[in-house]
Design a protein around this ligand. Structure first.
Ligand SMILES: C=C(O[C@@H]1C=C(C(=O)O)C=C[C@H]1O)C(=O)O
Length: 149
């Protein structure tokens, strides 16, 4: 989850140079359709799987909007080159596979109410510290966590 949020920095840099909009509804729909299909194959609930990935997409957009606004206000802080969006999307696709496997692994926990809430708070806090996340990226973690439990 954190890796996907951090990749939002690369997406933002890419879009800063290409001028492409933050939102790409077609790409989002492709991801959601694909994870629904995978969920059925993996034996997990397609609706909650899609909801989880919608939250990951929303989190990426929190990072992108935050950084693009910051770079617009402080062009001296903006990146000097932007990575190719297609290459970044390949990385995101690889992470999707990993995240699906993780959802299978924690499926029992996702339906465990308070136990899920507590595990989520503890892992999010640990990850925020370990990865030295700033306020924007911590906000994205909250967005990404919204549909976990
Ligand atoms: C990451 C991107 O930006 C947005 C977020 C997406 C995501 O998190 O997968 C997908 C499409 C865009 O709405 C992208 O364009 O690839």
């Amino acid at each position: 989850m954190i890796q996907r949020i951090v990749i939002g920095d690369d997406v933002a840099a890419s879009k800063y140079f290409s001028g492409k909009p933050v939102d790409d509804p077609v790409r989002e729909q492709q991801i959601l359709d694909s994870v629904r299909q995978s969920a059925v194959q993996l034996g997990i609930d397609p609706d909650s799987t899609a909801a989880f990935f919608q939250a990951q997409i929303d989190a990426s957009k929190v990072v992108q909007r935050g950084l693009l606004a910051y770079w617009a206000a402080h062009p001296d802080k903006a990146p000097t080159s932007g990575p190719d969006l297609n290459v970044i999307r390949e990385k995101l696709d690889a992470l999707t596979t990993q995240l699906l496997a993780e959802l299978v692994r924690v499926d029992h926990l996702r339906q465990s109410g308070l136990r899920c809430d507590i595990s989520l708070v503890v892992s999010a806090a640990t990850a925020e510290i370990r990865h030295h996340l700033d306020a924007l990226h911590r906000q994205a973690v909250r967005t990404a966590s919204a549909t976990v439990c």
